[in-house]
Design a protein around this ligand. Structure first.
Ligand code: FES
Ligand SMILES: [Fe+2]
Length: 380
């Protein structure tokens, strides 16, 4: 985030702190329960958002050099992402063109080719079929047409996006709705992957994302944990197309009042939450970045799977650094697992009760309202 924006947002925050206000929408936003409980709606979300939209797969550091690869099955399509010999990221459907076996699992480095575990057909880093055991038995096969099926991939601003269906390229800048320069300013391409945790919970994927989108709950739900660190019920919100930025100020921001504006560093005194539409929550903290990627699970409206990738500015090369980041990651996970997600699972269970026809978002929950509205609008 450029310094002028940091100053502008800090001033805005001081105004709200002094007036005991927060960023407000003009109206309440109702959201029908069917948005979280309708099987028909989930099918549309899967088709439109999780098959035909560019999805963040992670940061560039996860593919550090040619021969690095990772796989990702969360969208419902098994995806293989590779750093090819020319340094470019390539993505493929992770399905062997012989009889459809999954070609590779997990992630790794230093790979020269991928050999299918079933009969050993082998593909190079560009997805080309380069090896067929007992080739004579496949005489007449159009080998060139039997590479791995390629998917559109974009690597920009330190992030990698893939659309899980083949076809035209993904235009990430259009998708980002004007957020690209701000994203670029963080130099995410210099971050290092520390660890990934996978969480499964019994709630709609959007209920999981909602827990990141308002600080109205901080003073109540997080009263004895992270709540006191932040100003409760105070956030700044800005939409960027379907994406958004939410700034959550820490109480320490008051220190900036004694410093010249030229020295103001907003990032050190906030958590900045971005929704990279449709399903990625990027949290920029003072010392690390989190990428939460949230997906429907098992084709159920009430189950989701989240991959939390934790990124740090320098590699953790000593035991003490390793310990520091493990504690930081554990604290992050513990707060959501012990406090936010049990509430989310309760909300999902309550939706079955018939008690409510709709949820209502207050004027003080603008990010939440924008996210839910954007998802609904994208399905039309
Ligand atoms: S299914 Fe892959 S080699 Fe047969
Ligand atoms: Fe929370």
């Amino acid at each position: 985030m450029d310094h002028a924006t940091q100053v502008e947002l800090t001033r805005e925050l001081f105004g709200h702190i002094d007036a005991k206000t927060t960023c407000l929408l003009d109206d309440l936003t109702p959201n029908p329960i069917s948005a979280f409980a309708s099987v028909e709606r989930l099918k549309r979300e899967q088709e439109i958002l999780f098959r035909n939209h560019g999805l963040v797969m992670g940061m560039s550091c996860q593919l550090p050099e040619p021969g690095s690869y990772m796989t990702d099955d969360y969208s419902g399509v098994s995806i293989l992402i590779v750093r090819a010999d020319d340094g470019q990221a390539r993505a493929f459907i992770n399905v062997c063109s012989h009889r459809g076996s999954k070609v590779v699992d997990g992630c790794g480095r230093g790979q020269r080719a991928f050999s299918c575990p079933y009969h050993g057909w082998t593909y190079d880093l560009g997805g080309k079929l380069v090896g067929i055991p007992d080739r004579d038995s496949f005489a007449g096969l159009d080998v060139a047409a039997h590479g791995l099926r390629e998917l559109p991939v974009v690597e920009k601003y330190g992030l990698i996006w893939v659309r899980p269906s083949p076809g035209a390229p993904v235009d990430v800048d259009i998708q980002l709705g004007g957020l690209a320069p701000e994203l670029a300013s963080y130099s995410l391409d210099k971050y290092h992957h520390f660890d990934t945790r996978v969480l499964k919970h019994k709630m709609n994927w959007k209920v999981a994302i909602d827990t990141f989108l308002e600080p109205y709950h901080f003073a109540v739900l997080h009263a004895n944990t992270v709540g006191p660190i932040f100003f409760p019920n105070l956030c700044l919100f800005r939409p960027f197309g379907n994406n958004l930025r939410e700034v959550l100020p820490r109480r320490s921001i008051q220190q900036l009042r004694d410093q010249p504006e030229a020295d103001w560093d907003l990032i050190s005194h906030t958590a900045i939450v971005y929704i990279l539409f449709p399903n990625t929550v990027l949290v920029m903290g003072p010392d690390h970045a989190e990428v939460w990627r949230v997906f429907p699970c098992n084709d159920r409206v009430d189950e989701c799977v989240m991959s939390l990738e934790f990124y740090i500015p320098e590699p953790a090369t000593t035991d003490s650094a390793q310990g520091h980041w493990e504690r930081s990651l554990d604290l992050t996970i513990r707060t959501v697992i012990e406090e936010d997600f049990p509430i989310g699972e309760g909300i999902q269970a309550g939706m079955k009760s018939g008690a409510l026809d709709a949820l209502v978002y207050g004027r003080n929950e603008p990010a939440l309202a924008h996210f839910q509205r954007s998802v609904t609008a994208a399905l039309k």
